[in-house]
Design a protein around this ligand. Structure first.
Ligand code: GUN
Ligand code: ZN
Length: 435
């Protein structure tokens, strides 16, 4: 069999470690080359050194002046909420009642679900996001629609059926038994089929009975390489509600802990109102936090505490949480993450933010070596980022004096316009239209 070899020239950046804890966190080649063989990274490094290794007839795609970086990973997003992004409400719980539940009801209709899934994936790819951890709705067909669409595009995606059997409208309610049965069927149908991975997805503790959480935990034990995703400690009113519903639990996250849902590949959205013991448990169990700054600011939920999370050694990543989040762009998510950190008295360098949106997320998902950087053998999911995408970016980045300044300008001023092209497993899946 002949190898399909492709090479891409540009300024190349990827991560090897967390910049907050390592001096040798990243690999940067101003004039770099990425070599892709059969959809996987074969090599990444200096153009001068690597191009001599290419067979004479290899086409070199020239992205000089632009950055080649791993595709972004969004670790918490709701595809059914694409159509209700930017819907105003006074906080999380009224927002769920007024907009979210009626919107999710429509996913009973498979045609509607397929249509929104296509739009959602287009939007992710336009923003340079090549992997996401995705909430579907309570309807199993919403999961089939999503994975069918992502499989057709060959994308590495994680998704799951929302489980909720109380405190929600009848039209969105499963039962403990039906939720578990449907989840198991979907795991068997989709988990590790092609690039699809399944996430067991109880929405959040208030909408699940103890029996449902117990069954979710049992599935998490029976299928240890599946993912778990849920919300925790997002909003103060929600936390008070959980205290009422689970008076015997030490804390909100302890509810999940007591049902065996803290383990590697568990992704907890928000994690704002945690205490020290909660953070310790997250670190001990390698459960990960999906930090959702645009959502937290929009819904007025609170400010994530980067310093305390780092002190405890919690696995961190960034996420949009659309439709609570206000942008599909991980660059815009970094923009708001930076400001959240400042308001909490911490400082988040741009280098760290790009790490969190790539290798940090892959590590949080136990997928290092598969996605998140350009290590040899990794899947070639990468993006071409244009520092001259807008007049303002062009002016600002022309004056940059360091890599940090370049990345910072992209994070603060960039969005979907800065993504010139997106590649998944070596195939171009988005190219920005220029006027
Ligand atoms: N908590 C429970 N469900 C949701 C949701 O859909 N979005 C957000 N942001 N928080 C939630
Ligand atoms: Zn969410």
């Amino acid at each position: 069999m002949t190898t399909n070899l492709q090479a891409y020239r540009g300024s190349l950046l990827h991560f090897l470690a967390d910049p907050a804890f390592s001096d040798k966190s990243h690999d940067w080649h101003e004039d770099g080359l990425l070599i892709v063989a059969d959809g996987k990274v074969q090599a990444a490094g200096d153009y001068a050194t690597l191009h001599t290794t290419l067979p004479a007839n290899t086409v070199v795609h020239d992205y000089s002046g632009k950055l080649l970086i791993p595709g972004f990973i969004d670790t918490h997003v709701h595809y059914p909420q694409s159509d209700m992004i930017a819907s105003p409400a006074e906080g999380l719980l009224p927002w769920l009642e007024t907009y979210t539940f009626p919107t999710e009801r429509q996913f009973e209709d498979t045609v509607h679900a397929a249509n929104v899934a296509e739009f959602f994936l287009d939007e992710l790819l336009r923003c340079g996001t090549t992997t996401a951890m995705v909430y579907c709705t309570v309807h199993p067909q919403s999961v089939d629609a999503f994975f069918t669409a992502s499989e057709q595009r060959g994308l590495r995606m994680v998704a799951g059926k929302v489980m909720m059997d109380r405190n929600c409208p009848d039209f969105l309610r499963d039962t403990a038994e039906s939720g578990a049965r449907d989840t198991e069927t979907l795991i068997q149908r989709w988990h590790k089929r092609g690039r699809a991975l399944y996430a067991i997805t109880p929405r959040f503790a208030p909408t699940s009975t103890e029996r449902q959480l117990q069954l979710a935990g049992e599935l998490a034990t029976a299928y240890p390489d599946t993912f778990i995703q849920t919300h925790v400690s997002e909003n103060e009113a929600e936390c008070a509600w959980v205290r009422e519903l689970f008076p015997n639990s030490r804390s909100y996250i302890d509810v999940y802990d007591s049902y065996g849902m803290m383990r590697p590949r568990a992704m907890y959205g928000h994690c704002i109102w945690l205490n020290e013991r909660d953070r310790q448990r997250m670190a001990e169990t390698q459960s990960a936090a999906a930090i959702c700054p645009t959502s937290n600011l929009f819904l007025g939920s609170g400010l994530f505490d980067f310093e305390r999370a780092d002190d405890a050694g919690v696995l961190l990543s960034l996420a949009t949480d659309v439709g609570g989040g206000t942008s599909f762009s991980m660059l815009q998510t970094m923009n708001e993450a930076y400001k959240v950190a400042r308001l909490k008295g911490s400082y988040l360098p741009a280098l760290r933010m790009f790490y969190l949106a790539t290798l940090g997320a892959a590590r949080s998902m136990q997928l290092e070596g598969t996605i998140g950087n350009f290590t040899a053998g990794a899947e070639a999911d990468f993006i071409v980022v244009d520092p001259q995408a807008t007049p303002l970016l062009q002016r600002r980045t022309a004056r940059r004096e360091s890599l940090e300044e370049l990345l910072f300008a992209l994070a603060l001023l960039g969005d979907d316009r800065a993504i010139a092209a997106t590649y998944s497993a070596g195939r171009q899946v988005h190219v920005r239209e220029t006027t």
